[in-house]
Design a protein around this ligand. Structure first.
Ligand code: SAM
Length: 278
C-alpha cells in the first residue's frame, strides 16, 4: 500500500502542509497494530481526528463497526476517495474537529472511542476537549510526539510530571503503548513519536470542584523551583501560615514541591481549600 498511497498523493498533486502537521503513516503492519492495541472491536464506533490520506481510517474500518473521520484539509478529498474506495463503514467529515459540537456528535454516535495520529499543535486542546466535553468516550488512542507522550503518562516526582499530567488524571489513566520512530512517517518529522492510550474513568479522583482542582494544580507548577506553600500563597493570595496549615491538614510537608504530589493528593488539597472557603 505504501507505494500506492504515495502515488495517489502525487497524482492528486497533493502538497504536504507543515502548518497542519501533515506527516502520514503508510506502513500497513504499524497501522493494524495501532488499531489492535487501541482495543477496537467489531461493535465499536471510532472517531478518527485528522484522516490525512486515509491509511489509518482504512485500518480502523477493517476492525470497527463504523469510523467517522474528521479532516480539516479539503484538498485531501480526492485522495481519501481513492484510499477508501469500497470501504462501506467510513464517513469523512471535512471540518476542524476543534470547532465541532461534540455533544451533537455524541447524540448520533452513542458510545465511541477515538483513534488518531495527531498534529502536534492539536494534541493538548483535542485531548482536553474530549476528556472534558465528551461524556460517551471510552478511550482515546493517540499518536503524539514522544516527549509529550512522556508528559501525559509521567509519575509524580519525575521531571516529566506537570500540570497536564495531573489534569488528564482527573478523567483518564494514560499509558504509552508503543514508540514510533520518525522514519515511519512521510514526510519524516524531526522528532520521534509514541502512541498513548487514555482509558476514560470519570470520577476516578475524589474531586469535589474540578475548577478548583485545576487551579490548585496550575498553582503548584507556577514555579517548579518554589515550594508548594510559596506557590499557593501567590496563586490564592494567602497568608503563609494559612497555606502551611492547609498543607499540614492534608499530611503534606510544608517544604514539599508541587511535583511530589500525586493527583489523588492534589484532590485532597483542592477539597480542603474548597472547604476553607478562601
Ligand atoms: N491519519 C493520517 C495518518 O496517520 O497518516 C494523517 C495524520 S497527520 C499527522 C494529521 C492530519 O490531521 C492531517 O491530515 C491534517 O490535515 C489533519 N488536521 C490538522 N488539524 C486538524 C483539525 N483541527 N481537525 C481535523 N483535522 C486536522
Amino acid at each position: 500500500m505504501e507505494k500506492d498511497v504515495k502515488t495517489t498523493l502525487k497524482e492528486a498533486g497533493f502538497g504536504f502542509k507543515k502548518s497542519l502537521g501533515q506527516n502520514f503513516i503508510t506502513d500497513k503492519n504499524l497501522l493494524a497494530s495501532i488499531v489492535r492495541e487501541a482495543g477496537v472491536e467489531k461493535t465499536d464506533t471510532v472517531l478518527e481526528i485528522g484522516c490525512g490520506a486515509g491509511t489509518l481510517t482504512r485500518a480502523i474500518a477493517e476492525r470497527a463497526k463504523k469510523v467517522i473521520g474528521f479532516e480539516i484539509d479539503r484538498s485531501l478529498q480526492p485522495v481519501l476517495a481513492q484510499t477508501l474506495a469500497g470501504v462501506q463503514n467510513a464517513e469523512i467529515i471535512f471540518k476542524d474537529f476543534l470547532k465541532t459540537d461534540l455533544s451533537a456528535l455524541e447524540r448520533e454516535t452513542g458510545g465511541y472511542s477515538v483513534v488518531a495520529n495527531l498534529p502536534y499543535y492539536v494534541t493538548t486542546p483535542l485531548i482536553t476537549k474530549i476528556l472534558e466535553e465528551g461524556t460517551l468516550c471510552k478511550s482515546l488512542t493517540v499518536m503524539v510526539q514522544e516527549e509529550v507522550a512522556r508528559r501525559f503518562c509521567a509519575a509524580e516526582n519525575t521531571p516529566d510530571y506537570g500540570a497536564i499530567t495531573a489534569i488528564i488524571a482527573l478523567h483518564a489513566s494514560a499509558k504509552i503503548i508503543r514508540r514510533v520512530p520518525r522514519e515511519m512517517f512521510t514526510p519524516r518529522p524531526n522528532v520521534d513519536s509514541a502512541v498513548v492510550k487514555f482509558t476514560v474513568e470519570r470520577g476516578r479522583l475524589p474531586v469535589e470542584d474540578e475548577g478548583l482542582y485545576k487551579k490548585v494544580v496550575h498553582a503548584a507548577f507556577l514555579s517548579r523551583r518554589k515550594t508548594l506553600a510559596n506557590n499557593l500563597v501567590r496563586a490564592f493570595n494567602l497568608p503563609r501560615a494559612r497555606a502551611e496549615e492547609l498543607l499540614t491538614a492534608c499530611g503534606i510537608d510544608v517544604l514539599a514541591r508541587g511535583e511530589t504530589l500525586s493527583p489523588t493528593v492534589f484532590a485532597y488539597l483542592a477539597n480542603k481549600i474548597s472547604a476553607a472557603n478562601l
